[in-house]
Design a protein around this ligand. Structure first.
Ligand code: GUN
Length: 302
């Protein structure tokens, strides 16, 4: 392996320590801590595992954390009323509704009901607009793209003038990260291309990339020959390709995760690469915590 491994677990940990110190200081000076509510509808196993980790992390940082689990058959009306309750709760600075939602609920309606000033996921159209404008306008950069940018910056990879190719055009990752990388400023100033399922000759675009960000949700989509030697490869894919016994408890099965990039072969060509798991994944939760702290600071005017 010649590529430098970008360890999201370690970088995320550093940032969590920075957040913990700041939370402690504000608590001491003002007696206030960030408040985060996580709303989980139903029992999707992946959602449960994400939410459990979010709750654990929030507790560790000294946040107020409210876990609000709702049955899979909750009505859309009841869910909207719940969001309104938290919109009006002064001790809550961040509202997270775990996606996906059951089919009978209109996801767009739900996301739009969250107060944009508590939308720590950054999914509300107001925050999407703020992100597009960039600079001081941005309140809550969406968590996975913010984590990706932080990994790139903290690994010392030059972005100014770099060719960035983003594979995937989702609202959660592809579109926002492309937007963030082309803004003016640190960790940005790049020339950005987005490729997607309808792109002609995806491989040719990828081969130009100094920074290749892959968020397609297709295991092993990016082949080693698509990677420019020395490039920085960020693999956002978290594909569950099977199950294996847990290391801690051999009677328990855990998911086998695979990224969108053929990691073993790619790491012989790339200059920098993120592993799956342990790359982008841990950064998403870290950035959610940072956004919740930001929300409280905006409210306090500090
Ligand atoms: N489901 C998968 N990723 C996310 C995320 O970043 N936020 C929310 N709310 N749900 C998700």
């Amino acid at each position: 392996m010649s590529a430098k491994l970008i360890k999201g677990t370690e970088i995320g940990e550093q940032i969590l320590e920075e957040i913990t110190a700041e939370v402690g200081k504000i608590k001491e000076e003002r007696g206030i801590v960030p408040g985060l509510v996580t709303i989980l509808v139903g029992e999707n196993p992946a959602s449960i595992s994400y939410v459990t980790l979010k709750i654990k992390t929030a507790h560790r940082l000294g946040f107020k954390e409210v876990q609000d689990s709702q049955p899979v058959d909750i009505s859309e009306e009841a869910l909207l009323a719940l969001i309104e309750k938290y919109n009006n709760d002064d001790s809550i600075h961040g509202i997270l509704v775990q996606l996906p939602l059951p089919k009978h609920i209109d996801e767009k309606k739900v996301l739009n009901a969250i107060d944009p000033d508590k939308d720590v996921d950054g999914f509300h159209p107001v925050n999407v607009g703020r992100l597009m404008i960039g600079g001081d306008e941005v309140k809550f950069p969406p968590c996975t793209p913010a984590g990706i940018q932080e990994l790139i910056v903290r690994s010392g990879v030059e972005t100014s003038g770099a060719e960035v190719v983003v594979v995937g055009r989702s609202n959660i990752v592809g579109k926002p990260i492309a937007n963030m990388m082309l803004q003016k400023g640190k960790g940005a100033d790049a020339t950005v291309t987005i490729v997607h399922t309808r792109t002609r000759n995806m491989a040719e675009h990828c081969k130009r990339a100094d920074i290749l960000i892959v968020a397609a949700g297709v295991p092993g989509l990016v082949k080693p020959e698509w990677i420019k030697p020395g490039a920085c490869v960020i693999d956002v894919g978290v594909n569950r390709v099977g199950e294996k016994p847990s290391k801690n408890d051999p009677n328990k099965m855990v998911a086998i995760l695979k990224g969108d990039v053929d990691f073993e072969a790619a790491s012989e060509i790339a200059g920098f690469i993120t592993p799956v798991p342990g790359g982008v994944g841990p950064m998403t939760i870290t950035m959610l915590m940072r956004n919740t702290l930001r929300s409280m600071k905006f409210k306090l005017g500090i």
